[in-house]
Design a binder for this molecule. Sequence first.
Ligand code: SAM
Ligand code: SF4
Ligand code: SF4
Length: 375
Amino acid sequence: MKSFSLGRVIPLVEVSVTGSAERAFPVSELATTEMPLRDARMRPLRDLRISVTDRCNFRCVYCMPKEVFGRDYEFLPRGELLSFEEIERVARVFIGLGVEKIRLTGGEPLLRKDLECLVERLAAMRTPSGEDVELTLTTNGSLLSRKARSLWDAGLTRITVSLDAMNATVFQQMNGVNFPAALVLEGIDAALHVGLAPVKVNMVVKRGVNEAQILPMASHFRGTGVEVRFIEFMDVGTSNGWNMESVVSSSEVVRCIDAAFPLVPMGREKPSATSVRYRYADGQGEIGVISSVSQPFCGDCTRLRLSADGKLFTCLFASHGLDMRGPLRNGESDDALRRRVAALWTRRADRYSEQRGEDSAAHSRSKIEMSFIGG
Ligand code: SAM
Ligand code: SF4
Ligand code: SF4
């Protein structure tokens, strides 16, 4: 377990931020701050999710429905994406502010050319106290059988693969492009074969589409060392046609699996973890459930997201991001970038998933798409 009490004090000067934290900062409020950086609700900054592309070769019904993300959909031009040098620089700034874990995501991160070069740069990074930064990646697995070895060689040690069904027809219906589940399973096997560990599998459960696949997924991965994490369908963005009736709650998932394979609750690995774990009573491994809709966990949310074009989002459900690309390209110093991020985080008060339950109109406001900032 890493220590959370570095106790380092960094001086901060006035910065103003735009987007979700659009008010200017009084210097007095930012005179000093302790490490790790804490937001307005005392949550430390620990996790950075970096989206390396907004493009994807899938059109999952819950994320990039093909009716919205059609042939004429305009993705970011290449020049607007952060370069690997820029991502590395931002990551370094974040690690200096307390980030211990980085997740590469997208869009589909394996579509980004030469991603291994970025993995190599990030895998070499250490926290100020000299510990490894936990580096992981979430992928739809479509290119994984080809890329597992090079990712491993570049220094990636763990991976999460999304797979929503074992059944070929149901999976093809979920991913919107008729991609076969068998090829994703090959990717998972390749990841296990090269030694990526742990390998986790994300399954989004949508009522009326794939809830009958909960048990086949659990049963396929039992005893393999792969942990399946069942995710409640979320109202991210504005294009996935979300409604509460489509959500299969985690308690329903647990009841379904427990009836076939008895489960023992284990809780969260650490307070900021998104998933609550259960182990099979017969020792055949673990599952996890991510209950952002039925049991929100905003109180312990330590995550910040960087979009492919360099905007920082303090919540998955934010409407605006803070631009980092402009300052980066205008030659701003690391110190100034650090103050910019600190100003954003110390004002952060997001708790969208809790508000969803309190205010039924919350989910209809404008929100950034999941494919733009990653999961
Ligand atoms: N393309 C990669 C993939 O699918 O793994 C990485 C990006 S994807 C946005 C990251 C994760 O978000 C995936 O596991 C995906 O299933 C999940 N996700 C996307 N839209 C979601 C939604 N509406 N509700 C819950 N999870 C969602
Ligand atoms: Fe692509 Fe991942 Fe979104 Fe599916 S969940 S459309 S694979 S970005
Ligand atoms: Fe964190 Fe926002 Fe999700 Fe709450 S809704 S857990 S604040 S990302």
